[in-house]
Design a protein around this ligand. Structure first.
Ligand SMILES: [Zn+2]
Length: 215
């Protein structure tokens, strides 16, 4: 296929994921990192927590990062990062799948990524095929059809129809989640074939005339 149109879509992190776990004070389950740690020292033993705010009621809650850790077991630079609410350390832990697993909560990254394209949103009426390189700069998987919805500015139903019609060709199922780079091809609207000048005759077969009874 002769590809004349090309685009590069970069999937990037735009915000920290939400921490999903029950809030004791409200029916909400979504929490945002507050951007702060709490460090408690008891002699040579340290407790370090990542602080969260409930998106529903604002309640502050804590996620244990280190519990009763001997001060000598922590990297001094790391300790300074906790004590100074270092943003990079907050980001790293707020995104950490292993911290989430250890503390039995889920990370919701639905609104935490954005798609940057090097071209304007493609014109789907342009019949020339468009090759799109999708490049991940995000450490988490994204649902393929969600990417296509954002990149092409279409509804889920429209995306599924285009995939079913093979106008979008891609190496993954639309419902799959991926974090690996891939390439897809979008074929614009094929101009409709000219209408035939004469409508085909309607031929009805198998209908027999039933003689009406003589009165
Ligand atoms: Zn709450």
């Amino acid at each position: 296929m002769n590809i004349e149109r090309k685009a590069l879509w970069a999937v990037r992190q735009s915000a920290l994921p939400m921490v999903v776990r029950p809030c004791p004070d409200c029916p909400g389950t979504r929490h945002r990192p507050s951007g702060r740690f709490r460090v408690n020292a008891n002699g040579k033993l340290l407790d370090v927590w990542l602080l969260l705010h409930c998106a529903g009621c604002g309640r502050t809650s804590k996620v244990p990062v280190h519990e009763r850790a001997h001060v000598s077991s922590l990297d001094p630079a790391r300790l300074v990062a906790y004590e100074s609410n270092d943003l990079a350390a907050v980001r790293e832990l707020a995104m950490s799948a292993s911290l989430a697993a250890k503390n039995e909560y889920r990370l919701d990254r639905a609104g935490a990524w954005e798609l940057k394209s090097d071209t304007p949103q493609p014109d789907l009426d342009d019949p020339r095929p468009l090759a799109v390189q999708v490049r991940f700069e995000l450490p988490a998987p994204v649902r393929v059809e969600r990417l296509l919805m954002v990149g092409l500015g279409l509804s889920r139903t429209a995306i599924r129809r285009l995939v079913a019609d093979a106008r979008i060709q891609l190496p993954l199922a639309p419902r799959a989640r991926t974090r690996r780079d891939f390439e897809l091809t979008v074929t614009g609207t094929v101009p409709p074939a000219p209408l035939p000048l004469h409508r085909p005759k309607v031929v009805i077969v198998g209908v027999h005339r039933v003689a009406s009874p003589t009165r």
